[in-house]
Design a protein around this ligand. Structure first.
Ligand SMILES: O=C(O)c1[nH]c(=O)[nH]c(=O)c1I
Length: 315
């Protein structure tokens, strides 16, 4: 059974990888991903300068393994740390694993400076521009401001020059799928979109202590895990149906087993990112989910994912 896929001009020997933000801030964590069965890896979203992020507790799993809530606040080592990592990354590694770099500038000038630095370094890594961090106090998500998102892409796409991706927030209105896809279809080098980032500004409360689970923003944070699966499948399929010229979708949201990975591919995903389940289970999740996905494919008579990608049936 073949789980390989190609995105933005790079080939992933296995279509599973981490969701940006999970197990990917430090080099040792990135090495754990390389040593796992994941077919690739993406770094923690980087800002111009390093950041400590929001006060703890800032992440919590939810009771009943239904998901997680986080308000990390963009803690990262600063983009130069990840640029150096990308400079010394072994792109010809035996495992054939490509590298994705996530950037989440606090402003357009910051994003511009970081994209220029990566352009000048001329590396084989693929940039994933994060338009959807929900956890910066006082900062609205660019992904929810269509005009600002298009203006940013007018600046960044030409600088990046080569194929790149965008990390999107979940949309909940068909008009927003239409508007966002129409913007992305204007840029030839947008190779893919990753749907979805966490469902922004949920509130998890412990009923015994009557207290919010996380400290930042009065307990408001991004929701992930199984409980966001149906929203992520909808966003994957909405953009799969709307994007043209070979633009692809990476699915993210609610993948806890081979079954949800299979559903993401049915919805149109070319690759599948795992966040909450990676945080809770560790990097062994990639081998387990790969095996489960292979078993499902064998049981259904599929030998490769192209045979069923995007083939979700409607009634
Ligand atoms: O709080 C975070 O660091 C964070 N958390 C998320 O759930 N998504 C994001 O894109 C980011 I940058």
């Amino acid at each position: 059974v073949d789980l390989s896929t190609s995105i933005a001009g790079v080939t992933l020997p296995n279509l599973l990888l981490n969701a940006s933000g999970v197990n990917c801030r430090y080099e040792n964590e990135l090495q754990q991903l390389l040593d796992s069965s994941a077919g690739s890896l993406v770094t923690k979203s980087a800002t111009l300068s390093s950041r400590d992020g929001n006060p703890e507790p800032r992440y919590a799993p939810l009771a009943g393994q239904i998901g997680s809530i986080n308000s990390m606040g963009l803690p990262n080592q600063g983009y130069e740390y990840y640029l150096e990592y990308a400079k010394k990354f072994d792109y010809n590694n035996a495992a054939g694993k490509p590298l994705f770099i996530s950037l989440a500038g606090m402003s357009l000038p910051d994003n511009k400076a970081m994209c220029e630095a990566f352009r000048d370094a001329n590396l084989p890594c693929v940039l994933e521009i994060n338009f959807s961090c929900p956890n910066l106090p006082g900062k609205p998500q660019l992904g929810y401001d269509m005009e600002a998102m298009e203006a940013a892409l007018q600046v960044l796409a030409p600088i990046i020059g080569k194929p790149f991706g965008i990390k999107l927030p979940p949309y909940f209105d068909i008009a927003h799928f239409d508007q966002a896809a129409a913007i992305f279809n204007k840029f030839d080098n947008i190779a893919y979109v990753t749907c979805i980032n966490s469902v922004g500004n949920g509130l998890a409360i412990d009923w015994e202590s009557e207290t919010a689970l996380i400290k930042p923003k009065d307990g408001f944070g991004g929701l992930g895990g199984l409980m966001v699966l149906q929203t992520s499948l909808a966003n994957v399929n909405a953009f799969y149906r709307r994007l043209n010229n070979g633009k692809q979708v990476i699915g993210c949201g609610g993948v806890t087993s081979g079954k949800e990975a299979f559903l993401h591919i049915l919805a149109g995903a070319s690759a599948v990112q795992i966040g909450t389940q990676l945080q809770e289970e560790g990097t062994g999740v990639f081998e387990r989910v790969s095996k489960e996905l292979e078993e499902i494919m064998v049981a259904k008579g599929y030998t490769n994912v192209e045979e069923f990608r995007g083939k979700v049936k409607t009634l």
